[in-house]
Unconditional design. Structure first.
Length: 293
């Protein structure tokens, strides 16, 4: 399985443009892609089209990509209880559909997913465990790892404490914002101690005042010669947050990835690393997590 990149291309709310944008993202250098089977907010089939186009043109092979999708509880697609009478049947149908939509080529070896994320816990913890067991049945043959999204610290602790949660979650994907339980600090701390990758979404939209006006973001932007948005991304990555980037602007795709590269080069200098670490500490104080703790 390829490593999850520090920045993942997010495909929510892109509709008919999903395939083109996924292809352009891969062409620009993204190697990790996030989607979901939930038709209300995602076009999973379009995502697969973009992946297959990139593979067919020789831009990448399947082994170069980290592909992550989601099973969504209460998805409208499973409203027919005669066809999908229980959670397990819904999970199995969703997984089969995702495997078909996201298969990168005609090669049967390309029929797998790097991560399958449970889009949210169920209201009843017992139902969450039923879904988790159903997903686990596909690991490791067709799914390499599991994750969960939109989960509180309390719910995550409950999942980790439950017997027979095997494999345990490898990924948590939550909204990263001051309004979300104080930057979701408790959940991030639990992820760190449990060796779970924390993915943050709505990272720009929900934090505009922070990244547009904070001195610590401005110092990184000025020092490395990048935009404030890229500086903000780099600081989140420095806080061990995997960033979901959902830009629809092809120029921004390239600029964001190139900007992260410039920050790496800047940090290779003594002054650059000193400034970055100071700014990272400032961000840690703001977000409730001290860098290096």
């Amino acid at each position: 399985m390829p490593p999850m990149a520090s920045m993942i291309y997010g495909t929510a709310w892109k509709g008919a443009e999903t395939g083109r944008l996924v292809y352009e993202a891969i062409k620009a250098g993204f190697r990790s892609i996030d989607t979901a089977a939930m038709a209300r907010h995602y076009n999973e089939a379009g995502c697969g089209d973009g992946i297959r186009r990139a593979v067919h043109e020789g831009l990448v092979s399947r082994s170069d990509l980290y592909i992550q999708t989601k099973f969504s509880p209460h998805d409208d697609a499973f409203a027919d209880t005669t066809r999908y009478p229980d959670i397990s049947s819904q999970v199995d149908a969703s997984v089969a559909q995702s495997l078909s939509r996201l298969q990168a080529s005609d090669n049967p070896r390309d029929r797998y997913l790097d991560c399958l994320v449970l889009h949210s816990p169920y209201p009843r913890h017992e139902d969450t465990l039923v879904a988790w067991r159903a997903l686990s049945a596909h690991v490791p043959e067709f799914i390499r790892s599991l994750g969960i999204s939109n989960i509180t610290h309390h719910e995550l602790q409950g999942l980790l404490d439950s017997p027979n949660v095997n494999p345990p979650p490898a990924v948590v994907q939550n909204r990263f914002a001051a309004s979300e339980h104080g930057w979701d600090a408790a959940t991030r701390s639990l992820c760190a101690s449990s060796k779970i990758a924390y993915q943050g979404f709505w990272t720009l939209t929900a934090n505009q005042r922070e990244w547009q006006t904070s001195d610590y973001v401005g110092a990184v932007a000025a020092g490395a010669g990048v935009s404030r948005a890229v500086a903000w991304y780099s600081l989140m990555i420095g806080m061990d947050i995997v960033v979901l980037n959902g830009t629809t602007n092809v120029d921004h795709m390239r600029e964001d990835l190139a900007g992260l590269g410039r920050i790496v080069e800047w940090r290779a200098t003594e002054e650059g690393e000193k400034v970055f670490e100071q700014c990272l500490a400032a961000m840690g104080s703001r977000t409730g997590t001290v860098h290096g703790s």
